[in-house]
Design a protein around this ligand. Sequence first.
Ligand SMILES: Cc1cc2nc3c(=O)[nH]c(=O)nc-3n(C[C@H](O)[C@H](O)[C@H](O)COP(=O)(O)OP(=O)(O)OC[C@H]3O[C@@H](n4cnc5c(N)ncnc54)[C@H](O)[C@@H]3O)c2cc1C
Length: 490
Amino acid sequence: MVTADYVVVGAGTAGSVLARRLLDRTGARVLLLEAGDRDTNPAIHDPLRMHELWDSKQDWGLRTVPQRHAADRRLHLPRGRVLGGSHALNAMIHVRGTSSDYDGWAALGNPGWSWADVEPVFRAIDSGPLPVLRDYTPDPIQRAILDACVESGVPYNPDYNNGAQAGVSRMQFTIADGRRRTTAHAYLEPVLDDPRLTVLTGVEVSRLLVSRGRCRGVEWRQDGSPRQAMAEAEVVLAAGAIGSPALLLRSGIGPADDLRAFCVEVAAHLPGVGENLQDHWLAPVIFGAERPIEHTPGLPATQTHLFWHSRPGALDLQPLHFSAPLYEPWMSGPDNGFTLMAGLVRPASVGRITLPARNIDGPPLIDPRVLSAPADLAALVAGVELGRKIGAASALRPWGAAELYPGQGVDLAEYVRRTVTTYHHSAGTCAMGVDPDVGAVVDPRLRVHGAAGLRVADASVMPTIVTGNTNTPTIMIAERAATMIAEASP
Ligand SMILES: Cc1cc2nc3c(=O)[nH]c(=O)nc-3n(C[C@H](O)[C@H](O)[C@H](O)COP(=O)(O)OP(=O)(O)OC[C@H]3O[C@@H](n4cnc5c(N)ncnc54)[C@H](O)[C@@H]3O)c2cc1C
């Protein structure tokens, strides 16, 4: 048995930051447990090779249940299973979100999370250990796409992280010297020799040890035998928006009726665990090109994006542009091309995660209910139409751009249903809030309602998903969590 003051489950985006900041801000001993291994796969480090990581050993390889509103497809949901978590698999795009995202969290009854509260944390992240690449020369096709956007009426925005998101921008990346930098590299690596820190990889926590209303530690199996780690102060879950609710449910923290159906003893009745699953959604507009498209070493294949609207007054789209044709398995076409990906970042569809009743230790049942809200379909269709317009602009004519998909005469709603994929931003499944009866899982200080000694600090606590990519907001959540824990420590 291992003992520490704080046991952190998951060494992904949030867990790596948390472990480091707990060392910085408390005198405590920290045990960090990660299901995956160290990040030795070279494809992790090369930004141009991220597509090789899908369904690799470093991907949990999850699939959704068949999606009724998306041609009954099961969608791939890549999630990092490695030191660095999903930050080791992601596209490295650095986005804070809008002030209204966080003011919305505060308005839901979460003091300490308004824009005024979190903006200084984002500023500190920008001057912290994680490098942000802003100054680079994009692929030539990306520069032409940017010009095509401006020609199509979308203004150039030199810095979408500077308060106002709207416009077309070059992306900012967590990349340095042509290599991906994760929170595991930036926050964790420098303290690996600290005697107060123990990092165990290859440890998939199976249960939380909860007795008499308090979480006292965690359990896993190694070489067929049960192992335990005890927390003198707290257990902090940072297993991500799929892993954290799954672990709570397996440990008897969740909707009591579901838990009884799983034959799990109820430790705390919390109806919100696994509910409120929110994500962003993509649909491709694919073009062939006559001029050869070059890829810049050290940069990912996507480098420009818009924050824009599907209808006046909304800021609900974040289309992103790839210097490659991203075909679905049923599509075919030339290798030389590019993709203007429609992206919906203010979705109305809300899903849920639960466990398979017959084998609660198996992969969770993930049902995002994509496109179940008709407004989401309409917004993505508008995003596809915008992509077509940009692709037809004169700035792309010298490239010989020709639309391949959806192509003329295609029913766009049907096309979106056949092509919609996740933007990989699952969030919200352990939502922060004050009232457990209306779905809150953690309180505004990220303590699990009804279970002492237990917090959640990762993308799952977002009560509403932010407008834009979720990695940097998750770093912010981990920074805030470490501060709150330090304030409560003896
Ligand atoms: C393909 C892809 C592309 C993306 N692109 C971007 C992007 O460009 N920009 C952006 O901002 N966001 C992006 N995201 C989203 C972003 O990476 C996530 O929102 C963020 O990483 C979530 O952080 P987290 O700490 O909540 O979870 P994770 O980083 O997923 O960390 C969870 C960790 O917990 C571990 N774990 C889970 N269960 C257990 C268990 N039972 N025991 C032990 N360990 C466990 C996992 O292995 C993992 O390491 C992308 C995500 C993916 C997958």
